[in-house]
Ligand binder design. Structure first.
Ligand SMILES: Cc1cc2nc3c(=O)[nH]c(=O)nc-3n(C[C@H](O)[C@H](O)[C@H](O)COP(=O)(O)O)c2cc1C
Length: 181
């Protein structure tokens, strides 16, 4: 069976190299629609999306992330130019309510909506868990800088931009699926 949705699911990849082209306002609008149209348990929408295209903010975050990483992993420090956003020119940070037991699942659904929407527009994306280290180390500071609502915590991020390189599909682990009947 094949259709546009199945094709987008099959063709999406984690992109870790981007051209310098910024995500434009029309693309940003479509991404915001895709994120906010995601289903959530009991329609609570227990999250907040902060989209950042400001390079100075992304660079500052990367620098702070590298500093924390060096402190926490002195034996395996990141390289001087390691970019935790993989160079994506637009990053959506998803914050969620830790008191809502479905909020991480809901965040995951929203982030996949963003990944598929980006792919459908000819953009690339990479879902990002690694930024979490800085949020955990920096207390409220970075949460506040990124307009995270009070009480919410980082759940996941996604970098989005124009791909500069492709990637093979990931191998599917054996024994991943059971079908009965
Ligand atoms: C929750 C989650 C967190 C991830 N965090 C990172 C990350 O911090 N950095 C990164 O480069 N890729 C990250 N990835 C991408 C995975 O490595 C990638 O999805 C996986 O290797 C499969 O490759 P594919 O997305 O191209 O199919 C993350 C993916 C998920 C779902």
């Amino acid at each position: 069976m094949n259709n546009e949705v199945l094709k987008a699911i099959a063709d999406r990849r984690s992109i870790r190299a981007y051209t310098g082209r910024p995500v434009n306002d029309e693309e940003l609008g479509a991404l915001i629609s895709a994120a906010t149209q995601a289903p959530s348990a009991v329609n609570r929408q227990p999250y907040h999306f902060t989209f950042v295209r400001d390079k100075a903010v992304l660079d500052e975050f990367c620098q702070a992330w590298r500093n924390v990483s060096r402190q926490l992993n002195p034996d395996n420090p990141p390289s001087e130019d390691f970019n935790v956003f993989r160079g994506a020119p637009c990053v959506c940070f998803i914050f969620c309510d830790p008191l809502n037991s479905w909020s991480l699942v809901d965040s995951g659904i929203a982030v996949e909506n963003l990944a598929l929407a980006a792919h459908s527009m000819g953009l690339g994306s990479v879902i990002l868990g690694m930024p979490k280290m800085l949020f955990e180390a920096a207390g409220e500071a970075w949460l506040q800088k990124l307009d995270c609502p009070a009480g919410m915590r980082f759940s996941v991020a996604i970098g989005i931009g124009t791909p500069a390189a492709g990637k093979d599909a990931h191998p599917v682990r054996e024994g991943l699926v059971t079908v009965k009947g």
